[in-house]
Design a protein around this ligand. Structure first.
Ligand SMILES: Cc1ncc(C[n+]2csc(CCOP(=O)(O)OP(=O)(O)O)c2C)c(N)n1
Ligand SMILES: [Mg+2]
Length: 602
């Protein structure tokens, strides 16, 4: 199959000049440090508050390390950086113009913060020295404590007050952004300092001399304890969440699950970490039987358990099902916010391991194998459990299959059909595919995640509009691997960040976006229905103020208007194969493409 290796198009400066031997202007120092950090890209929407930096990136760095990725909205710029970080596990940068750009960026920064995605955000401000300000505009675009806008949802925000202090601030921000749990860091650059001519050389540190701090290893005693619990469990269940996307972690998680015959219940908010087609990949109902639960950077492990055990959401309800022994592996207690309640319910965990899932799994696998060696009865139980899981899995698969058959010709088109046809069209590229974003109504058993990077997890903060830029950012990050990147996004979301498409077209970023178009903010129709039912009011009114109809949005035209191939609306189920085939053909040629599919809401 002809697959053109993606070549992201980066703008070349029209006139190139040799880099001066040393930074000459304040902002050259920033560019020099970014170059030494090998920051690959900087997503931006331009603005005068960082025109000094913009010049240095183009004329001092020659638009390399980092290269500019032009976006038409700050929410898109941050979302692209977020998507890149999700795929690569490493930050790129974003440049955000003064207070106004930062206000546009806030929701996307919140999403990245909640998704624990590393990112270096450079802001512009000032000139803080009022005597240097241009009339009016420089005054309205100067804010004191500008970073306070995002202080509550960045890991660090800072405004250095001299150029000499700037490299260390940037280096610190870069380290903080990557340190587990990672997240965005914001460094605000005074326009006056950026544009000042250096009167003497400024030392730019070599990042290699500042090794990044590493997360703590799991305590040996806790590993021994956890291994005993797991080896002696009657029915262990694993709850993986946000996990490093490496082959090693996949192998360790799989080895541990197989050694124990443990059920693994993945979540859509975390990235894929366990083969979804595996016998041990089960659904949340298995938690009712769990006596030992291993949560690995899982979002809200206590809430997950409470929901599965039927204990309600308000703490009052007590079910007859016993609360299992919970081993909570997480570094979340190290970064607790006083602002957003993202720490979730305090987990009633018998063991809390303050370390990363990867380090913990690497230690747990041999410890559990040792513990099982001395327990022949435990090993017999493992075999029985594995068989049980196999039987349950066969039932589940039969159910999923029946559901797929039942809805195959449904009109509006079912999600199962959309996903199946996309998978079919991807053909031999399917096993390599990266699913950058999925809809809430993801059909089980149609599309399997089999390797690291197969699914990148949720948007973090449930701020709608993330899907399109996340998909484009992931596709930017996939350039080297050549993996095909697809995102399935809602029509409501697509309308919030449509210009992510232009960025994909402009930079030749091959991303395949499917608009799961139910012509509604359907998630909220469901909420209105719930309220109506609870109040005994007419559910027929649930769609008022929710439906995206009259006029229907022509998403294919929205794409074409921005230089992206646009297909659809696909209304007939039997037209889907052809549309998906055309979309994948475009993707294989290295072009971004959008397919608008009219889907049934759920
Ligand atoms: C910024 C923001 N605004 C509003 C919401 C509330 N909200 C949650 S889901 C949703 C509907 C999204 O519509 P769409 O993307 O079409 O997905 P659908 O629910 O129809 O599948 C809305 C409006 C939100 N989460 N974030
Ligand atoms: Mg919708």
């Amino acid at each position: 199959m002809a697959v053109q290796t993606a070549r992201i198009r980066l703008e070349q400066p029209l006139v190139t000049s040799e880099r001066p031997r040393e930074p000459e202007w304040g902002s050259d120092v920033v560019a020099e440090l970014l170059r030494r950090l090998a920051v690959p890209y900087i997503a931006l929407n331009p603005g005068a508050s960082y025109r000094g930096l913009h010049d240095s990136l183009v004329n001092y760095n020659a638009n390399r390390d980092p290269s500019l990725i032009l976006c038409n909205h700050e929410e898109v710029a941050i979302g692209v950086a977020h998507g890149y970080a999700k795929l690569r596990g490493r930050a790129m940068a974003a440049a955000i113009h003064s207070n106004v750009g930062l206000m546009h960026a806030t929701m996307a920064i919140f999403n990245a913060f909640e998704d624990r995605a590393p990112m270096l955000i450079l802001g512009g401000n000032g000139p803080m020295d009022a005597t240097q300000r241009r009339p009016w505009i420089d005054w309205v675009h100067t804010s004191h404590g500008q970073g306070e806008l995002v202080r509550e949802f960045t890991k660090w925000e800072h405004q250095p007050t001299s150029i000499a202090a700037t490299p260390e601030a940037l280096l610190r921000a870069w380290q903080i952004a990557h340190l587990e749990p990672p997240g965005p860091a914001y460094v605000d650059l005074d326009a006056g300092l950026q544009e000042s001519r250096l009167s003497e050389p400024v030392a730019v540190p070599d990042p290699a001399e500042f090794p990044a701090p590493q997360p703590p290893a799991p305590a040996e005693e806790l590993i021994r304890h956890a291994a005993e619990w797991l080896a002696q469990a009657d029915f262990p269940v694993f709850l993986p969440g946000r996990i490093a996307q490496t082959r090693q972690v996949w192998d360790d998680l799989r080895a541990l699950a197989e050694a124990l015959g443990a059920a693994v219940v993945s979540e859509r908010r975390g990235n894929a970490a366990f083969p979804t087609s595996h016998t041990l990949a089960q659904q949340a109902d298995v938690l009712e039987r769990a006596d030992v639960v291993l949560a690995l950077e899982r979002n809200d492990p206590a809430g997950t358990l409470r929901a599965a055990l039927g204990q309600g959401s308000r703490g009052g309800g007590r079910s007859s099902v016993a609360w299992p022994k919970l081993i909570n592996v997480s570094l979340e207690p190290m970064r607790v916010s006083s602002w957003v309640a993202d720490y979730q319910e305090l987990p009633r965990a018998g063991l809390t391991i303050l370390s990363t899932p990867d380090a913990t799994l690497a230690a747990l696998v041999p410890a559990v194998e040792r513990a099982l060696r001395d327990h022949p009865t435990a090993r017999r139980k493992v075999e029985q459990r594995t068989e049980q899981h196999g039987r349950r899995r066969a039932e589940l698969e039969a159910g999923w299959h029946a559901q797929r058959v039942r809805t195959w010709d449904a009109r509006p088109i079912s999600y199962a059909r959309v996903v199946s046809e996309l998978r079919e069209a991807l053909g031999e590229r399917y096993p390599d595919a990266v699913l950058a974003y999925m809809p809430t109504a993801w059909p089980p058993g149609v599309w399997d995640f089999q390797k690291p990077g197969a699914y990148l997890g949720g948007d973090g903060g449930a701020g709608i509009g993330a899907g399109p830029p996340l998909t484009v950012g992931a596709a930017l990050g996939a350039e080297e691997s050549g993996r095909p990147v697809v995102g399935i996004v809602g029509d409501g979301a697509m309308l919030m960040t449509p210009t992510a498409l232009w960025t994909a077209a402009h930079h030749r970023i091959p991303a395949l976006l499917v608009v799961a178009n139910n012509r509604s903010y359907f998630n909220d129709e469901e909420h209105q229905e719930r309220v109506a039912r609870a109040r005994g009011r007419p559910v027929e009114n649930r769609g008022v103020g929710q439906r995206i109809v009259d006029p229907d949005v022509d998403f294919a035209q929205l794409a074409r208007a921005q230089g992206v191939e646009g297909l659809g609306p696909v209304v007939e189920p039997d037209d889907l194969a052809q549309a998906m085939g055309a979309a994948v053909a475009a993707l294989n040629e290295g072009r971004p493409v959008l397919v608008d599919v009219r889907v049934a809401p759920r």
